[in-house]
Write a protein that binds this ligand. Structure first.
Ligand code: UD1
Ligand code: CA
Length: 481
């Protein structure tokens, strides 16, 4: 371990999050911008490349544990059965980190699972200052317009940090202080252990406050420092759904700003939503009302939107995607999608392919330049290059029990209103007649016709609908002849 490396990061995430009023999810699993609150905290912590990372869990811990195991397998967990305060939580984490009786050495960062705007850069700046100043503990603070609810930073006459007092325990004079505790600290591991051993619970909440360790360490003669965040919004903690929405807005703005600086045009940032894992190339254009979710990728010069939601979808260079919902789809270069298309998992459009208006495509490949322009459902199908599917066609893939494949070759022209009863194959260059129900394979180059012969019953309207406007029109047409 190098001198500046962080021995461990402890993420506090055991609290109930009562003010979220959530029955289904613990606070730290609520998502913003494609990641849970605790996920944002863990991702920032991982940028420090700590030797160990432990998340303290408690409230609804099975859900939090399963979530971490799926998305952050490198993060360990420590269970806090009862939420007796932040100091108590850190003590449990420290015990799990010092297993086998080997006491932890070096720098320990404590952070919280409910501050999703906190970046790895801010954590790194805190650790750097902690080392440079030779502190026993360094707290990340911020000056905020409304300090209600936060712990206040008490400084002495020289401006050095003396203690933190919780809002509920503060005097009116202390409550007037606008510098607050972010809940994020860098500690010397041994001093942290010592400070925690001295904690008492004689406060309004009857809890062990981690914040009390600062005064304990200072009184014992150790250096206590502070780093003031450049932007107080970066340390915003989430306690309710109003703050959740505000944090989502801020993180979204930050992510869109980065995209714009890298050459993406975002026409209306206010109505565009982007997840942390979205990637893009220059000259992509995003029109209003668009949501880019998961690991969606925008290729160079593509145009997405308006009113489009893409999840884990790849958009090729120069492709156009309008008024579309797509989930786990691959849209090739120069392809055209929408308006009003629905691409479901496994929809793969090759270069210059088209899925047009009111078209749904699932688990199907469209070859280069293949087109499904209007009102169709294509499921479990392979469509060859240069083929055109007539309007209002369906690959009938489901017999009520099993799914079957439709294979349509290259350069086919299928008629409008076709049903392809899968499994069925249409050979290269074949045509099918409009209104056909294709149950048998159509050989390459053939015309498949599968519809009833038309029959006209002459004079039916005048006999069966006498006196109607139709009958009058028919009579007039007869006289005109
Ligand atoms: C805490 C700080 C306060 C600071 C604020 C910043 C203390 C005593 N107070 O107050 O100075 O301004 O954060 O947001 O530390 N947690 C546990 N186990 C517990 C209690 C809390 O894991 O027993 C976790 C919570 O899940 C949360 C974090 O610790 O992620 C902070 O707890 P919370 O109850 O929100 O503390 P605050 O009252 O906001
Ligand atoms: Ca809080």
């Amino acid at each position: 371990m190098t001198a500046n490396q962080t021995a461990a990061v402890i993420v506090l995430a055991a609290g109930g999050g009562t003010r979220m009023k959530s029955k289904a999810l613990p606070k730290v699993l609520h998502p913003i911008c494609g990641r849970s609150l605790v996920g944002h905290a863990v991702a920032a912590a991982q940028e420090l490349e700590p030797e160990q990372l432990v998340v303290v869990i408690g409230h609804m811990r099975e859900l939090v544990q399963a979530h971490l195991a799926e998305h952050f397998p490198a993060a360990r967990t420590a269970v806090q059965e009862e939420q007796n305060g932040t100091g108590h939580a850190v003590r449990i984490a420290l015990a799990s980190l010092s297993a086998d009786g080997v006491e932890l050495d070096g720098t320990v960062v404590v952070t919280t699972g409910d501050a999703p705007l906190l970046t790895g850069d801010t954590l790194a700046a805190l650790v750097r200052a902690h080392h440079e100043q030779g502190n026993g503990v360094t707290v990340l603070t911020a000056v905020v317009p409304d300090a209600t609810g936060y712990g206040r930073i008490l400084r002495d006459a020289e401006g050095a940090v003396a203690a933190i007092v919780e809002h509920k325990d503060a005097t009116d004079g202390q409550r007037a202080i606008s510098e607050i505790n972010s809940g994020v600290f860098a500690f010397d591991a041994k001093l942290l252990a010592h400070g925690l051993s001295q904690l008492r619970t004689d406060n309004v909440q009857g809890e062990e406050y981690l914040t009390d360790t600062l005064e304990i360490l200072r009184t014992a003669g150790h250096r206590v420092g502070a780093v003031v965040a450049d932007d107080h919004r970066d340390i915003a903690g989430i306690n309710d759904r109003v703050q959740l929405a505000q944090a989502r807005r801020m993180l979204n703005d930050r992510l869109l700003e980065r995209a714009m600086r890298e050459g993406v045009t975002v026409v209306d940032p206010a109505s565009t939503w982007i997840d942390v894992q979205v990637s893009y190339e220059p000259d992509a254009v995003v029109l209003p009302g668009t949501q880019l979710q998961g690991a969606t990728h925008l290729g160079e010069g593509c145009q997405v939107g308006p009113n489009t939601t893409l999840t884990d979808t790849t958009v090729g260079a120069g492709a156009q995607v309008s008024n579309t919902t797509a989930d786990r789809a691959e849209i090739g270069e120069l392809a055209q999608v929408g308006p009003y298309a629905y691409l479901r998992p496994g929809a793969k459009l090759a270069r210059k392919a088209k899925a047009g208006t009111y078209v749904e495509i699932k688990n199907s490949e469209l070859g280069e330049g293949a087109k499904v322009p209007h009102l169709s459902y294509i499921g479990d199908a392979t469509i060859g290059e240069g083929t055109n599917i007539g309007a209002a066609s369906v690959t009938v893939n489901y017999d009520g029990v099993n799914k079957h494949r439709t294979v349509i070759g290259a350069h086919c022209r299928t008629g409008s209103d076709n049903m392809f009863i899968a499994p069925v194959t249409v050979g290269d260059g074949a045509y099918t007649a409009a209104g056909s129900v294709i149950t048998n394979d159509v050989p390459a180059g053939s015309l498949g016709v599968a519809r009833a012969q038309q029959r006209n019953i002459n004079g039916w309207v005048e006999r069966k609908r006498p006196g109607s406007s139709s009958a009058a029109a028919a009579a007039a047409a007869g006289e005109a002849q």
